[in-house]
Write a protein that binds this ligand. Structure first.
Ligand code: NAP
Length: 283
C-alpha cells in the first residue's frame, strides 16, 4: 500500500467477532500492494450486541464496503437494501458494498468462490455429468449447493450428522436435492462426479471427516472447503485412493476478489504467489 493522505484512501475491511483469525486483511493487503493502490483494509472486531449500531456507522466512517464473517453473515441481510439472488437464496452475505446514498448492496461471494475454485482446479469437471455428494448442511453447504445447481448438477446428495438440517436444506433448494445417510455413502459415492466436504470436520483442532474411499469412487473429484490445514485428513484419504483432490484455500481467495474489485476498482488475480503467501501464514 502506498502511504498517501489517509482521508483520501479508499477504506474497506472485514467485520466479525472474533476477528483476529481472519485472513482477509492479508489477502486484500497483498492485492493493494501488488496493484500499488492507495487503499486500506481493516479488521473490525464488533461484539454481537454492538453490531447493528456499529454496522450502521461504517458508511459515515468512510468505508466503501466490508466483508462480513462469523457470526454476522445472516443478520447483516437486515441492513441491506439490495440483495443478490445468491445472498437471498443462501440467506447469508459476506460482501457488502455501500452506495453513495448510504444504502448497502449484499452479496454472497462464497458461491462464486466455490465455482471459481472448481473451474481453476478441475477445469474439465462438468456439472451436468452426474451427481454430487455434499457432506454438511450448514451455511457453507448452502453456498456450495447454490453453486452446484447453477452448474446444472442433476442430483445433489446431502449427508449430515443432524438429519433434520439436511432435510431443511433439501426442502429449501428443491427437487434436485436428496438426503442420504452415511450408510448410503459407498453407493452414492460410486456414482458421484464430485464429493465435497462442507462440514467443519478436519479443521485444525477438530477430528477428521472419516470417509471410506474405495477404488469404485476414483472418478470423483474430491473437494474440501476447509483450508486450515491446507490438506485435510479427508483429502489425504481421497488422494491415497487415487482421486483428484482440490484444497479449500482457493475458495477463500476467490471469494475475496469481487469485493476487492467493487471497492478498489481493480479485478485482482488469484495467482500462485497469493496462494503461497496465504498458505505460509497457515503453516
Ligand atoms: P456451520 O454453518 O456451523 O456448519 C457446520 C457443519 O459441520 C454442519 O453441517 C455440522 O453438522 C457439521 N459438523 C460440525 N461438527 C461436526 C461433527 N463433530 N460431526 C459431524 N458433523 C459436524 O459452518 P459453515 O459456515 O457451514 O462452515 C463449515 C466449514 O466450511 C468451516 O470449516 C469453514 O471454515 C469452512 N468454510 C470455508 C470457506 C472457504 O472459503 N474455503 C468458506 C466458508 C466456510 P450439524 O448440522 O449436524 O451440526
Amino acid at each position: 500500500m502506498t502511504n498517501g493522505d489517509e482521508s483520501r484512501q479508499v477504506k474497506a475491511g472485514v467485520v466479525g467477532w472474533p476477528i483476529s483469525h481472519s485472513l482477509s486483511p492479508s489477502i486484500h493487503g497483498f492485492w493493494l500492494e501488488k496493484y500499488r493502490l492507495s487503499g486500506r483494509y481493516a479488521a473490525l472486531g464488533i461484539k454481537p450486541d454492538d453490531f447493528d449500531r456499529e454496522f450502521s456507522a461504517l458508511r459515515e466512517r468512510g468505508f466503501v464496503g466490508v466483508n462480513v464473517t462469523i457470526p454476522f453473515k445472516e443478520r447483516v441481510l437486515e441492513h441491506a437494501a439490495e440483495i443478490t439472488p445468491a445472498a437471498r437464496d443462501t440467506g447469508a452475505a459476506n460482501t457488502l458494498t455501500f452506495r453513495k446514498d448510504g444504502s448497502a448492496h449484499a452479496d454472497n461471494t462464497d458461491v462464486a468462490g466455490f465455482a471459481r475454485l472448481v473451474k481453476s482446479a478441475a477445469p474439465d469437471w462438468k456439472g451436468h455429468d452426474g451427481p454430487v455428494v455434499v457432506m454438511g448442511a450448514g451455511g457453507a453447504a448452502r453456498a456450495v449447493v447454490w453453486s452446484l445447481l447453477a452448474e446444472n448438477v442433476p442430483r445433489v446428495f446431502i449427508v449430515n450428522r443432524t438429519v433434520s438440517k439436511a432435510e431443511t436444506l433439501c426442502e429449501h433448494f428443491g427437487s434436485r436435492l436428496e438426503v442420504a445417510s452415511p450408510g448410503e455413502f459407498p453407493g452414492i459415492g460410486r456414482t458421484a462426479t464430485m464429493i465435497v466436504n462442507t462440514t467443519s470436520l478436519g479443521m485444525k483442532g477438530q477430528p477428521d471427516l472419516v470417509v471410506d474411499f474405495e477404488p469404485g469412487m476414483r472418478s470423483a473429484t474430491v473437494v474440501d472447503i476447509v483450508y486450515n490445514p491446507l490438506k485435510t485428513g479427508f483429502l489425504k484419504a481421497a488422494e491415497r485412493n487415487g482421486n483428484r483432490i482440490v484444497t479449500g484455500l482457493g475458495m477463500l481467495l476467490h471469494q475475496a476478489a469481487p469485493g476487492f474489485e467493487r471497492w478498489f476498482g481493480v479485478s485482482p488475480e488469484v495467482d500462485s504467489e497469493l496462494h503461497e503467501t496465504i498458505a505460509r501464514k497457515l503453516r
